[in-house]
Ligand binder design. Structure first.
Ligand SMILES: NC(=O)c1ccc[n+]([C@@H]2O[C@H](COP(=O)([O-])OP(=O)(O)OC[C@H]3O[C@@H](n4cnc5c(N)ncnc54)[C@H](OP(=O)(O)O)[C@@H]3O)[C@@H](O)[C@H]2O)c1
Length: 268
């Protein structure tokens, strides 16, 4: 049976970094992490520089080649490098398969008014927030467990989305048009990919997660006024624990949809 592993893409900062730490601490599985840094060793050191990771086997954290998500050749190259690493360690072409995969990439240009929209920024937002996720589906789905997998457990393939991608929830404030539209498109990609997994009868589900408002670099700190869990505002470790728990509990009936940090659905 192929050995399960965790994939976090990217894990250089923010929620992806927190997720890599979480799986190192709470599982014994290999954790493959992507980044686009010149020096993978600096990213590895950053991920490992956290409380409760002192006794973790550092070899479980495997940094892949630099991955620029706006470049399909880079995405394909990293998928090929992952296949080669799995083969080298496991000895055959089916030496490893995804147990949990998280696709975390996202950028935000926080336009307040439609007059603020910029063609280049809109395209960049869609490239990172939507196109890179579609291309990850194209190049990394080969690592999902095969249809005849002896394991009874479903793999979980997760994209970090956002509540603002919900059309039905967009009633009062509006704002952030390019980010908002990109997350709505991502949600459609999630739904479509999940249907594809179902049609192929693969032992895997795809879903989206809204993590709440999390203290990261996403907005440059502009909208952060301190944690307030009752209102969905979290420091990074707290947010990561919550969304990882939600994903562990996702079942067959919840596939193809978007869930928040309370395990409540973000309606389309
Ligand atoms: N933070 C929140 O409150 C919040 C709320 C709702 C949803 N989300 C979503 O959560 C996800 C993670 O956000 P975050 O808060 O962790 O943001 P973050 O701290 O800004 O991290 C963004 C990550 O994306 C990577 N990235 C961006 N553009 C890339 C590119 N072209 N190629 C490769 N990597 C690229 C960054 O890599 P580098 O380190 O190389 O720049 C970094 O690892 C996003 O999808 C975001 O929309 C966040």
């Amino acid at each position: 049976m192929p050995a399960p592993f965790i994939l976090v893409a990217p894990a250089s900062r923010g929620i992806g970094l927190g997720l890599a730490r979480h799986y190192l601490r709470t599982t014994s599985l290999p954790v493959y992490a992507t980044h686009r840094a010149r020096s993978p060793s600096s990213v590895k050191a950053r991920i490992l520089d956290a409380p409760h990771l002192d006794n973790v086997d550092k070899d479980r954290l495997r940094l892949l080649d630099s991955l620029e998500l706006t470049d399909e050749a880079s995405i394909k190259n990293v998928a090929d490098k992952l296949a080669a690493d799995l083969k080298e360690r496991g000895g055959d072409d089916h030496a490893g398969c995804i147990h949990r995969a998280w696709f975390c990439a996202g950028i935000l240009h926080p336009e307040k008014r439609f007059e603020d929209l910029d063609n280049g920024q809109i395209l960049q937002t869609f490239k990172v927030n939507v196109v890179s996720h579609l291309l990850a589906m194209k190049h990394f789905s080969r690592f999902l467990p095969p249809r005849n997998s002896p394991s009874k457990e479903q793999a979980k393939w997760i994209h970090i989305s956002a509540r603002v991608g919900s059309v039905s929830d967009n009633k009062t404030l509006g704002g952030w048009p390019s980010y908002r539209c990109s997350k709505a498109a991502l949600n459609q990609a999630i739904r479509t990919f999940d249907l594809n997994l179902k049609t192929k009868k693969l032992p895997a589900i795809c879903a989206g997660i809204h993590p709440g408002t999390v203290h990261t670099d996403l907005d440059g700190g502009a909208f952060w006024h301190g944690p307030d869990p009752a209102r969905g505002k979290f420091e990074l470790p707290d947010a990561v624990e919550r969304i990882a728990r939600v994903v562990e509990e996702l079942d067959e009936h919840q596939r193809g949809r978007v869930w928040d940090w309370k395990a409540e659905e973000v309606l389309p």
